[in-house]
Design a protein around this ligand. Structure first.
Ligand code: ZN
Length: 656
């Protein structure tokens, strides 16, 4: 590993987004999703499953401080999932990023008051998990495998560091430092401690993030311990299960402890296995620890896992986790479209992993995956009005199958208001609200732009302030105008990602063709820069027909339509029923239309394809004969926008 090429991604507070595309999503998160989720966390959404999240914290605070009373009856008990605390943490994190983008005194006050309640629930030794505070502290740390204490801790660290970075307020951060101290006293390598690690990963990357704020080696050491200890024989989860009489749900499954990525040491894991969200959260933490400790063996495994996911187990939408069984990876080249699990959180986690890999080595394929997930499999998780959500993101939907085929009972054809297990909506809110932090990265001698998002950013390559302004109508148009503001002159290398979907582009500097070199997917301009320098990058953005490696059974004989980073789909609303009867053929008459028929503007694509005609006799079978086709105008909309106009069929992959 070469530390000289590490580049740090920009922080949300150092970039102001004013992008036509993403600005609308961020505004929706700010004005719709964050207030809506606040209601949901307080059980005030009519018709939605109650969250009990805030109630749990109030009750835990009352139990911790007998003089406190928030109006929650003390005998009411814990409500919701064992990991319910994490939903509030994700909401706090999203709200913090939203404040960076759009200051809001009322929201900040709500945050502070909520943090007061959280801190009132904290125990003297720092412990803070409402499930055990309410149900009995004697049981804490007895089921790290399934009871998510360290998962909730991880999300609270993420929330606390985000709020500290944005608002400079330490109360939640200090509380989390105390909770980490408590965990560190109970779990670790030393004799007398539990030699355990999280059943649902995230604490690993969260502790690294905490370390970046505190510089306390203890925080990095604990993250490294969780990773190094994971899956070491004898298996901690096996011993814990035996010792405490816990259940082991995966006993009769092929996946066993690899459901948790804990069946063998992480350095022996070369194929993505088990629960997909956990997996990519772990790999994100592994990449972080590999970077900070210069651990080449860990980085090599991250590379293997990356390759397995991206080249053999990732949907074209950037979604991952094919199997509803275990919400998990299945096997290489298995990419079923209709039974896909493709959890929104898993695509988000893949973006986390990609960002960390891009920080270690600026290769275009990492940021390509960030872009692929963001524009497709992540934002498909949210309705265009910001008020309903997908947990599962199929690439093919058939209403009657979702209703009557047991294998597809997880596949909803309409977004839901909320979920009992509401991991995805707040996760969406936090990634969209922090989108700015994916745009640029910098180290001493280089600046990279990974995503083309209308924005004004402040960086400091080599300690000198540089402002980068991006203006663009991406992803609908291919032109990106970039300008620099800096005092005096500065020499550094500037890398612009050339997306893998782009086969032709032009790059101009101050109006003239720019001299650049291509390196790992980036066009590099290495020169002395000065105030007012302008770059115009123009991508050709034709409609592409994409096919899949022939190993992929489900896409055999089928194509998908893409333009720029956007994956398209057919919907029943535009193309009628039985979308599987449609054939693309070899069209050349593509029409790209920017329209406003959906809640906001987006590009639709149309072209002349074919539709297989009905048989005259209506028989179910016949001897092979030439099929009869009729010309049919096919109309495609961006995949992320499907299911915004009522329920109906949808497919991404179309017969050739
Ligand atoms: Zn989720």
């Amino acid at each position: 590993m070469n530390p000289a090429i590490y580049s740090e991604f920009i922080k949300p507070k150092d970039i102001a987004i004013n992008d036509q595309f993403w600005g609308a999503f961020m505004e929706r998160v700010r004005t719709k999703v964050i207030p809506y989720q606040w209601k949901a966390l307080n059980d005030k959404v009519p018709g939605a499953e109650p969250s009990y999240c805030i109630r749990n914290f109030k009750l835990a605070a009352e139990l911790t401080h007998p003089d406190l009373y928030y109006g929650v009856p003390r005998d009411i008990g814990f409500g919701g999932m064992v990991f319910q605390d994490s939903d509030l943490a994700k909401w706090i994190e999203a709200a913090a990023y939203s404040l960076a983008w759009h200051p809001d005194g009322e929201l900040e006050k709500t945050l502070d008051e909520t943090i007061d309640i959280i801190c009132n629930a904290q125990q003297d030794d720092g412990y803070l998990d409402t499930y055990y505070i309410i149900k009995g502290l004697e049981k804490r740390f007895t089921n790290l495998k399934d009871n998510h204490e360290l998962y909730c801790l991880g999300h609270y660290i993420e929330a606390a560091t985000a709020y500290y970075e944005v608002a400079g307020k330490r109360k939640l951060l200090d509380a989390m430092i105390r909770y980490v101290d408590c965990v560190d006293k109970n779990i670790g390598a030393e004799e007398g401690k539990l030699h355990g690690y999280p059943g649902h990963e995230i604490a690993e990357m969260a502790l690294v993030r905490l370390y970046a704020v505190t510089n306390d080696e203890k925080h990095l050491k604990l993250a490294k311990y969780f990773i190094d200890q994971r899956g070491q024989p004898p298996l901690f989860f096996e011993e814990e299960t035996r010792r405490n009489g816990n259940t082991f749900y995966w006993k009769d499954s092929y996946v066993q402890y690899q459901y948790y990525q804990a069946g063998k040491p992480v350095r022996e894991q070369h194929i993505a296995e088990g629960h997909a969200v956990r997996a990519v959260y772990l790999y994100s933490g592994m990449a972080d620890v590999a970077r900070l400790t210069g651990d080449d063996s860990l980085l090599a495994v991250c590379g293997d896992l990356w390759n397995d996911i991206v080249h053999r187990q990732m949907y074209i939408t950037g979604s991952i986790g094919q199997s509803a069984y275990g919400e998990a990876f299945s096997y290489d080249y298995d990419l079923p479209n209709d039974t896909a699990y493709a959890e929104t959180c898993a695509a988000i986690g893949l973006a986390f992993f990609a960002r960390r890999m891009a920080s270690i080595m600026p290769k275009g394929e990492y940021a390509d995956v960030i872009e692929r997930t963001l524009f497709n499999g992540i934002i498909s998780g949210m309705a265009l009005d910001g008020e309903s959500f997908f947990y599962v993101n199929p690439l093919e939907a058939l209403p009657q199958a979702s209703l009557k085929d047991r294998r597809m009972r997880h596949v909803k054809i309409e977004r839901q208001k909320w979920f009992g297990c509401a991991c995805c909506p707040p996760n969406l809110a936090r990634i969209i609200a922090s989108l700015g932090s994916y745009v640029h990265s910098a180290n001493g001698g280089s600046v990279y732009t990974h995503l083309y998002v209308g924005s004004e950013a402040r960086l400091a390559p080599g300690g000198r302030e540089l402002k980068i302004k991006i203006e663009t109508k991406y992803p609908w148009e291919g032109q990106v105008d970039i300008s620099f503001a800096l005092e005096g002159k500065a020499a550094f290398s500037y890398g612009l990602r050339i997306p893998s979907w782009c086969k032709s582009f032009s790059l101009k500097l101050n109006g003239d063709n720019a001299a650049y070199s291509m390196q790992d997917g980036y066009a590099l301009l290495n020169r002395e820069w000065q105030d007012g320098d302008r770059i115009t990058l123009t991508f050709d953005m034709p409609v592409n027909l994409v096919e899949t490696n022939p190993h992929v059974r489900d896409n055999s004989g089928r194509i998908a339509v893409t333009r720029g980073p956007i994956v398209y789909c057919l919907e029943e609303k535009d193309n009628g029923k039985e979308l599987f009867r449609l054939h693309a053929g070899r069209p050349e008459d593509f029409t790209v239309t920017y329209g406003k028929d959906l809640p906001e503007g987006l590009c639709t694509i149309s072209f002349t394809g074919k539709r297989e005609k009905d048989w005259q006799d209506g028989a179910l079978y016949r001897n092979l004969a030439d099929a009869a086709y009729e010309d049919k105008k096919l109309i495609l909309i961006p995949y992320y926008a499907w299911a915004n106009r009522g329920a109906g069929e949808m497919t991404v992959w179309i017969h050739k």
